[in-house]
Design a protein around this ligand. Structure first.
Ligand SMILES: [Zn+2]
Length: 206
């Protein structure tokens, strides 16, 4: 399957109801599918580079790793909604239930995460207009990305991921994953990329 690692600007006006990138010099690191047994290591890497990130949490996983989820908040990162079961094939109504269920879990962890602007990312980035409408009715901003690290892709080498991360520019929303599988690659690439990028950019939460 081909997919663009850098999303062309045309996406911004084809789907303006989604957030694809920001208009400033900061870099916005995002980690999907958290929490996981690898989160701790990820938090240490971010801490070393004084980087703040946005973690898109899966409700089911918050229940499985509640202490880890709490640690993400305590470390000063932002948490956001990535559905409850991480299925891409939910009908719009089932999606609504999942978003609300995870929202309650997020509220317990950090009330501020759902008090102002609420952020959602679709599992696998897959959606249709009925689902977009649900999110908009629930008051969510749908977050996409401008740079895909491809850390989930077995065909993409560690070296290639480093190259992709190094190419981050101001305003980029970068997607990575908080999973055992992807950590194998991020463990090596992320500290190097962050150290380099931090000379020119800060890393902010969305
Ligand atoms: Zn995901």
């Amino acid at each position: 399957m081909f997919y663009p690692k850098r999303v062309p600007k045309v996406a911004d006006w084809l789907l303006p109801q989604c957030l694809w990138r920001k208009n400033d010099e900061a870099i916005y690191l995002t980690f999907d599918d958290a929490p996981s047994p690898c989160t701790l290591e990820l938090l240490e890497i971010l801490d070393k580079c004084r980087a703040k990130a946005t973690f898109f949490l899966v409700g089911e996983r918050i229940e499985r790793y509640p202490d880890v989820a709490e640690l993400i908040v305590k470390s000063g990162h932002r948490i956001a909604n990535h559905s409850y079961s991480h299925r891409w094939d939910l009908k719009a109504e089932a999606l609504r239930d999942e978003v609300l269920r995870t929202e309650r879990l997020l509220r317990n962890l950090d009330p501020s995460s759902v008090a102002g602007e609420k952020l959602f990312r679709f599992p696998y980035g897959r959606f249709n207009f009925a689902k977009l409408r649900v999110l908009s009715e629930l008051g969510y901003v749908v977050v996409m990305w401008s740079l895909l690290s491809a850390d989930f892709d077995d065909r993409v080498s560690e070296r290639e991921i480093l190259r992709l991360l190094r190419a981050a520019r101001g305003g980029d929303i970068v997607v990575m994953h908080d999973l055992e599988k992807t950590m194998k690659k991020l463990r090596a690439a992320l500290p190097i990329a962050l150290a380099e990028l931090s000379k020119r950019h800060s890393f902010q939460t969305l």
